[in-house]
Design a protein around this ligand. Structure first.
Ligand SMILES: *Cc1c(COP(=O)(O)O)cnc(C)c1O
Length: 341
């Protein structure tokens, strides 16, 4: 199967499995796992922070960050379309007693500064206390403009707010811009990074921040059931991804570009966008019902959405992209013929 639904579908390679099998382990809740400790330290250094903490998921890492930064009744500002607000089961409200203040994302993924400014509440007992702003980079594959991020961080500082970055795919942004990871993290109080997306590890996210922040996060992670025992096996997979899979994200971006260029010339296509490892394509309503089914029958997986998302990753080759384009060409030609009859 050529699985383009997400970059989470990657399977660990034999070499990664070997590295995991060899990992030295201990009970990480007791602080005894050398592989976890070394990996957390490596990630923190690379991101420019004092400390890091391994999580079983990015969802738990983001939620823990909010809990370690905020108190019950506080408010955080986040994008209406952000993962942290929209795709994490409402955890911040449900489990942390925090009030989300969503702001409509601009098309480029930014939260417009004037909208953020207007949403920040003054100190008044009627209001929840605005405490934190969360950004996401990449956002639907888009790299946040660095000058925007700096202005947003200035605004946060002006109002005494903390800033968290959901950097689930921040390595994609680093590779796409040629910026080192720490440059993209600078000015944030915490960053969450995923190793189970394009980097290809089976499990693992790391939250980075100051020593005192990570100490608080460690308590909340335990509360949330995220304290893991011989987690060095997982950390070794993530460390392997960090050592061997970062540069390969460039191939994913190139494959996405190839796919987008090929799709752009298909009959019927209404709109196409390509950012890092994601391609979004809009087809006529009449195509929507059958396209995902047709692709599936040809061994290609996409989600049947109004705006079809194709995500490239390390288990997709250039030959796979060519195969997808051939199938899509046939399909769109048939559909265009059928609808013009
Ligand atoms: C995948 C993802 C997460 C975390 O997801 P998990 O599946 O919980 O690891 C967080 N933010 C963004 C933007 C993501 O894409």
């Amino acid at each position: 199967m050529i699985d383009l639904r997400s970059d989470t579908v990657t399977r660990p390679s034999q070499r990664m499995r070997d590295a995991m099998a060899r990992a030295e382990v201990g009970d990480d809740v007791w602080g005894d796992d050398p592989s976890v400790a070394a990996f957390e330290k490596n990630v923190a250094e690379r991101a420019g922070f004092a400390a890091g903490l391994l999580f079983p998921s990015g969802t738990q890492s983001n939620l823990t960050a909010l809990m370690a930064h905020c108190e019950r009744g506080d408010e955080f500002i986040a994008g209406q379309q952000s993962h942290l607000y929209k795709y994490e089961g409402g955890g911040a409200a449900v489990l942390a007693s925090l009030q989300p203040q969503p702001i409509d994302n601009a098309h480029d993924g930014t939260l417009p500064l004037e909208k953020v400014g207007a949403a920040i509440k003054r100190d008044d007992i009627h209001f929840a206390r605005t405490r934190l702003i969360a950004l996401e980079n990449t956002f639907q594959g888009k790299v946040l403009p660095q000058d925007y991020t700096e202005r947003l961080l200035d605004l946060a500082k002006e109002h005494g707010l903390l800033a968290h970055l959901d950097g689930a795919r921040l390595f994609n942004a680093a590779v796409a811009t040629g910026q080192p990871l720490d440059a993209l993290c600078r000015g944030f109080d915490s960053v969450s990074l995923c190793f189970s997306k394009g980097l290809g590890a089976p499990v693992g996210s790391v939250l980075v921040g100051s020593e005192s922040f990570i100490a608080r996060a460690r308590r909340w992670r335990k509360t949330l059931g995220g304290g893991m025992r011989q987690a060095g096996i997982l950390a070794a997979g993530c460390q392997f991804a960090l050592d061997h899979h970062v540069a390969g994200l460039t191939d994913d971006h190139r494959h996405a570009q190839l796919l987008a260029e090929g799709l752009a010339s298909l009959p019927g296509i209404e709109d196409i966008e390509c950012h890092t490892n994601m391609v979004f394509a809009r087809f006529p309503e009449a195509y929507r019902q059958t396209m995902a089914q047709h692709l599936h029958a040809q061994g290609i997986l996409v989600e049947p959405l109004a705006r079809t998302r194709f995500v490239t990753h390390r288990d997709i080759s250039q030959a796979d992209i060519q195969r997808v384009l051939v199938v899509m060409q046939e399909y769109c030609r048939d559909m265009a013929g059928a609808t013009s009859e």
